[in-house]
Design a protein around this ligand. Sequence first.
Ligand code: DX5
Ligand code: ZN
Length: 220
Amino acid sequence: MEIKIAPSLLAADFSDLRTEISKVEENADLLHLDVMDGHFVPNISFGMPVISSIRSVTALPFDCHIMTTNPTVYLEELAEAGADIVTIHLEAVPDPTAAMAEADKLDLGFGVVISPHTPFGAMEPWVEACQMVLIMSVHPGFGGQAFIPEVLSKVEAARKWVDFHGLETDVQIDGGITTETAAQAVAAGANVLVAGSAVFRRDDPGEAIESLRAAVGEGT
Ligand code: DX5
Ligand code: ZN
């Protein structure tokens, strides 16, 4: 299973995003962008103007994790800003049929996300139509929180579902990923690891990505 690492820009120095992104350019597989509205989650991060500004400084695919109320209405603007894949929370949109159709029309990759309190069953009907599913391993809203190990059983369930149905859907995990928890997440079946603090809060973010790869038995 190919493991992809998606550094979360939320942990970067916002005063110098161009430099911060250049530190992970060669090592990351995706750039994870956390869009928060201060309503769906109790924090505000950044939105379309920032995403379109950084589009010109990197070739990394943009993995946009949307933590807003009404995420569907932003899909067109996200596509225009340069998003490659967008994931939306089932707690915000329990039936993502319309959002999926809209993403498809816009040629945007699409995925659904569940927060720690939401069971895998809420996600089951949508896995087949998703390019990626995201199991949150912290409560959405803030970086730097501790990994919630209870979500690993949902990662196992998602991996089982994907493999049993012969799907290509990526299983992503987000929150509290360190070299230790990365190994647990991959053992449970995750193949896309989001890491904010464990990458951008290290002296050498590129090397930190390689440490995560090494911790899950991959590496260059
Ligand atoms: C939290 C965000 C995460 C966050 C992860 O709501 O979805 O992507 O940036 O940060 P760490 O890796 O520090 O837990
Ligand atoms: Zn995220």
